[in-house]
Design a protein around this ligand. Structure first.
Ligand SMILES: *Cc1c(COP(=O)(O)O)cnc(C)c1O
Length: 435
């Protein structure tokens, strides 16, 4: 265990030099951060030895928990052999084997994989593929997208154009691509579908693709909508011959209770983006899968090729880990074991929804969320009181405004999950009682 002085030195260096993500740095100066030294399974350990249950799988990423021995072994083994090579004109065992395993695990028809670095780049690839496809296949006016109000598809400028959360994207609007936002089906299902149809009918010639976070809009506040919307969107995209793109960066790899959110509807998109759980929270690594139609649209003269690729595209370490993630899913029956845990989350959040001071609650698969009474939106502060209460009780529960949620590792042991849900309940109780 580290000394108090050493901890203080780390915090001092941090405050002097580091600009933190999604953080008001002026406020941060007075905040005492977690100083995490190591992590194991569903727990983070602070430098002072205190353990915290990781209530959000470290930003929805560590879906197989921390330092899973098989993932660590896969990383070490691969590191001894080959850490990096370009993927241009070169291939290697981990990239090829992962591609085969991914296609086998993916919704039907998605048979080609393009590797990139993180969720944002996986969506960026999807956008560029769609734009270029139409530019060179006779529909040159198709330069815009349709997305949901409250959409979140990542951080780069391209994907920020798709965003529907004001504080994250409004400042950048002048530099963005055109995107039409339709109401979220989680807020008004009928309006959403109606406006999707109207938009495609009126502006179909200008639309390169419809992009959805299928079933759950995570960053908008864990908004959940029914799988029928995905089937309806598939029908409409077929009718108006445009691409349906699923951003499964958050929902993929079991988060919703099935491998893909798309599986709840039995629907295949034309393009599917995956990251986060894709590499089990070990390394930045992502993939965009496409069907034959998209893929074949880049054949022909050389200028029709997709001239795109990040430095770390298909990185062998990332591929080796992502392949091991799929094997762990299979051999440790990760999906099969989710049901009782999903039920426990549903039960706990349904009870929490009854509390005075709690506006609403909802759950799906390994996601449970509640909204505290008070301001809404990302900058609301109520959730942070719950965060403090939970921290004292040994859990890391980063909120989004007044939205308190859990997205624990999928393989969290039942006893740990019970503890986590108890801490959520006690922390919420403590905060709503004060009011
Ligand atoms: C997190 C997220 C992204 C962005 O992924 P990064 O790895 O942070 O770039 C994109 N889409 C969805 C739905 C996400 O949840």
């Amino acid at each position: 265990m580290a000394s108090i002085e050493e901890r203080a030195r780390i915090v001092a260096l941090d405050k002097r030099f580091i600009w933190h993500p999604y953080t008001a740095m002026e406020d941060y100066q007075t905040i005492d951060p977690f100083v995490i030294e190591r992590a194991e399974g569903s727990r983070l350990f602070d430098m002072d030895g205190k353990a915290y249950l990781d209530g959000n799988a470290s930003w929805w990423v560590s879906t197989l928990g921390h330092c899973h021995p098989r993932l660590v072994a896969a990383l070490k083994n691969q590191a001894d052999i080959l850490c990096h090579t370009a993927l241009a004109g070169i291939t290697h065992r981990p990239a090829a084997q992962l591609a085969e395993a991914l296609v086998a695990a993916a919704p039907k028809g998605l048979e080609h994989v393009f590797y990139s670095d993180d969720g944002s780049t996986a969506v960026e690839v999807a956008m560029k593929l769609a734009l270029q496809y139409w530019a060179q296949n006779g529909r040159t006016a198709r330069k815009s997208f349709v997305a949901l109000e409250g959409a979140f598809h990542g951080e780069t400028l391209g994907v920020t154009s798709l965003g529907g959360i004001g504080v994250f994207h409004e400042i950048f609007e002048g530099g963005a691509l055109r995107c039409w936002h339709i109401p979220s089906p989680a807020v008004d299902y009928d309006q959403s579908l109606e406006q999707l149809e109207t938009r495609l009918r009126d502006s179909g010639d200008e639309i390169a693709g419809v992009i959805l976070e299928p079933l759950i809009q995570g960053a908008a506040g864990m908004r959940i909508y029914p799988p029928e919307f995905l089937s309806a969107a598939r029908v409409l995209c077929d009718r108006y011959e445009t691409f349906l793109i699923f951003d499964e960066v958050f929902t993929g790899y079991g988060r919703t209770g099935k491998m893909w959110a798309a599986d709840h509807a039995g629907v295949s998109p034309d393009i599917l983006c995956s990251a986060k759980g894709f590499s089990g929270g070990m390394l930045p690594m992502a993939v965009t899968l496409v069907n034959e139609r998209v893929y074949s649209g880049f054949f022909g003269e050389r200028e029709r090729a997709f001239y795109y690729g990040h430095s770390f595209c298909g990185n062998p370490l990332g591929c080796a880990i992502a392949l091991e993630v799929l094997r762990v899913f299979e051999e440790e029956s990760i999906l099969e074991n989710l049901q009782p845990k999903a039920k426990a989350i549903a039960r706990a959040f349904s009870t929490l929804g009854e509390l005075e001071g709690v506006l609403a609650s909802r759950s799906l698969g390994m996601v449970g969320a509640l909204e505290l009474d008070g301001d809404s939106g990302y900058l609301a502060q109520g959730g942070w009181q719950v965060f403090e209460e939970a921290r004292q009780r040994g859990a890391y529960l980063r909120p989004m405004g007044n939205l308190v949620y859990v997205t624990p590792p999928l393989n969290i042991p039942s006893d740990d999950l019970k503890d986590l849900l108890r801490i959520v309940e006690e922390s919420v109780q403590a905060v709503v009682k004060e009011k």
